[in-house]
Design a protein around this ligand. Sequence first.
Ligand SMILES: Nc1ncnc2c1ncn2[C@@H]1O[C@H](COP(=O)(O)OP(=O)(O)OP(=O)(O)O)[C@@H](O)[C@H]1O
Ligand SMILES: [Mg+2]
Length: 457
Amino acid sequence: MAQIAYKSVSKFYDDGTQAVENLDLAIEDGELMVMVGPSGCGKTTALRMLAGLEEISDGEITIGDQVVNDLSPKERDVAMVFQNYALYPHMTVAQNLAFGLKLRKLPKPEVQERVNRVAKILEIEEFLKRKPRALSGGQRQRVAMGRAIVREPQAFLMDEPLSNLDAKLRVQMRAEIHQLQRRLGVTTIYVTHDQVEAMTMGDRVAVLRDGRLQQVGPPQHLYDSPLNEFVAGFIGSPSINLVEAQLSRGDGGLWVTFGDHKLPVDAELVRKRPAIESYLGKPVILGIRPEDFEDTGLEPDLPQDRRIKARCDLTEPLGAEVLVYFSVTATGVTSSALEAEAKEDADVYLGGDEDTEGKTRIVARRRRRKRAPQTAAPAKPARPLSSASQASALAFHGAGGEPGEDPALQGEGEHDHGHGHDHGRGHDLGPGDLVPGLPDKLGQGDRNRALVGSLGE
Ligand SMILES: Nc1ncnc2c1ncn2[C@@H]1O[C@H](COP(=O)(O)OP(=O)(O)OP(=O)(O)O)[C@@H](O)[C@H]1O
Ligand SMILES: [Mg+2]
C-alpha cells in the first residue's frame, strides 16, 4: 500500500499524439481514486505509465517514496485489472490465481495459502477446480480480480473492469469491488465511464479531458461545485441543462434571465461568491440540474418569482421519480462533455426538430406525484409545469447545499435557506474555447479564479 503521485507527467506517443499533458495528481495511501473522462482523454495511458507498461515522456511518478520512472513493471509492484481480463483457459481457477505467484517463485505453501485466502474473500472457493469456461461472466471477473489481489500489490489499477458485464451484474460487482477495496485498504485507481460508479465508489474523482486534468475532488464536491462547464456536464445523470443567460441587478438583488424566464439569484449565494457580480451584464451560461426542478404541485408555497411556466412535452416515469421534458425559449448550450462523449451525435441528443426550433429542451427530474396523472398521457397537453426551485436553485451551483441533501426531497419552507444546488456559469477554461463575453483579458489563472469565485467556494 502506498501513496501514488503523478508530478507534471506528460506522454507523447511516437506519432506525436499527446495523450497526457502535465498531469499532477496525488492518490493517498488506501484511497480509491476514480478517473473519468471521455474516450481518448488519456485514462488508460495514465494507468499504463504508472504500471510501467508505457514510458513516461516527461515528469515523475512516485509510488511510496520511490520515483518509479525507470523501474520495470515488476519492480513497481502494482496490479492492473483490465476490461478484457484474460484468464488462462487451460488452467483451473486455482492455477490461474497461483500463476503469477509461481512465476515469482513464492514457496508452495505460501502460494496455497494466498490462493485460498483470496478465493474465500471473493467467494469463489467452490470454483477453484473449474476452468474459466465453466464460469459465468461475473465469476470470471472475480477470478480476474483475484489474480490481482493474490499478489498483494502496493496498488490496484483498474481500467473499466466491469464494462463487459451486464447491467445487473455490474451493480453487484461494483458494490463488491468497493467493499473489497475498503477491506483491503489498497490504494486504487479505478477508471470508468459509468456515472454511478464514479459517484458511488470514489473517495475522490479526477476528471480528465484531452489529456488534461480538469478537476479532482470528492464526488459530491464535483457535483456541487464544478470548476467549469465540462465538469458540470460530465458529472450527473441526466446531464445538467445548460442555457445562455444574462445576469442583471434589480429589486435589491441579482436576477438571471434566460429566454422568457427570469429568476432571482439567491442573496446568500451572491454573498458567498461575490465574483458573480463581475458577470453582470455579460452573457453567462446558466446550468440547472434536472433534480433541482420541483413541480409546483408538490411545492405549492413556492414564491411566484421562483417559478417558471412551461408546458410539458414528454414524461418518462422512472419508478419513484419522473423525468419531465419541456422547452424554454432560451438558447441552449451543448455541454462540451456531452459533445466529447457523443461526438457528432450530440446535436441529435438535444433535439432540434421543427417544433422545437429556437427552443431548448430541458429535462427535470422530480418526485412522482401520488396520483401520477401525467404519466399515462404524455401526448396530451399537460398542465403547465411550473418549475424551479428554491431560492438559489437557479443560482450558481453548490451555493449552500449540504452534501447529500436532495433538494427535491426537502420539505416546504426550506427554500429560503439558500440550499443552492443549481448551477451557473460554466464554460470551458480551455484556451480559445470561451463563451462570448467572458472576461477575455484575464489570464487563465484569473479566469479560473473568477469561475471558482462564481462556482466553487
Ligand atoms: N500507442 C499509441 N500510439 C499513438 N497514440 C495512442 C496510442 N495509444 C493511445 N493513443 C492515443 O492517446 C490518446 C489517449 O488514449 P487512451 O487509451 O489513454 O484513452 P482513454 O481515456 O483510455 O480512452 P477510452 O475511454 O476509450 O479507453 C488517444 O488519443 C489515443 O488515440
Ligand atoms: Mg482506456
